[in-house]
Ligand binder design. Structure first.
Ligand SMILES: Cc1cc2nc3c(=O)[nH]c(=O)nc-3n(C[C@H](O)[C@H](O)[C@H](O)COP(=O)(O)O)c2cc1C
Length: 191
């Protein structure tokens, strides 16, 4: 079971980094598996704490993938970490073990504090579509154009039928990024 969350980490100096990360449930622990290289990975080595922020504001997922990382946070309660303002709930995590790996080290975390801030108001297909499109954007460099086109065309059905303003804004950021990637690739190297 993987939960798509917004993970906040901090470097030694306390600078906050916000990134969408899939948290792997393993019994009572949550595993963060950042690819190398990444800021999340560097931060977890400098400061072995994180906050799992559970949010239905999918602009944060799309924003982090499109250069919009300035999401406001407040200090966590029990760890040296940051809670995303607007999270419906959050879990404060402490790293209890690291499995080293050449591609994707795994940080096993204990949940040391949890809090709920707002109710879950049900599933929304457009939110799921934005999360899927954000995953596509995170893999643009390795996916063929026809696959990206086919999958975004399918995901757009849920956007058109069920999105609210936040989902539409998030979707537009991702589509812009896909278009820019395609234009740059078609212009070719040196253009
Ligand atoms: C829903 C979702 C889940 C993701 N899960 C992971 C993950 O488990 N590990 C990872 O390294 N990147 C993951 N990514 C990609 C990161 O969010 C993105 O590459 C990010 O910039 C990580 O690098 P950073 O820590 O340097 O910001 C995910 C992206 C999305 C949209």
């Amino acid at each position: 079971m993987i939960r798509e969350a917004i993970v906040t980490t901090q470097d030694r100096a306390g600078a906050v980094h916000v990134a969408p990360i899939g948290l792997i449930e393993e019994g009572e622990h949550l595993v963060i598996a950042p690819f190398r290289p990444s800021r999340t990975l560097d931060n977890l080595r400098e400061n072995p704490f994180a906050v799992a922020n559970y949010t239905d504001d999918v602009r944060v997922f799309a924003g982090c993938l499109t250069g919009r990382r300035a999401w406001s946070t407040r200090p966590a309660t029990k760890v040296a970490g940051a809670v995303l303002d607007g999270a419906l709930a959050h879990a404060e995590l402490s790293v209890v073990g690291v499995a080293e790996d050449a591609v994707r080290p795994r940080f096993r975390c204990a949940v040391v504090h949890e809090a709920t801030h707002a109710p879950f108001r049900g599933f929304n297909r457009a939110q799921a579509a934005v999360v899927e499109a954000a995953i596509l954007v995170s893999r643009l460099h390795m996916l063929p154009f026809d696959r990206i086109e086919r999958e975004t065309a399918y995901l757009k059905i849920a956007i058109d039928k069920t999105a609210g303003p936040r989902e539409r804004e998030a979707w537009d950021w991702l589509i812009e990024k896909i278009a820019a990637h395609r234009a740059a690739a078609q212009a070719g190297p040196g253009a």
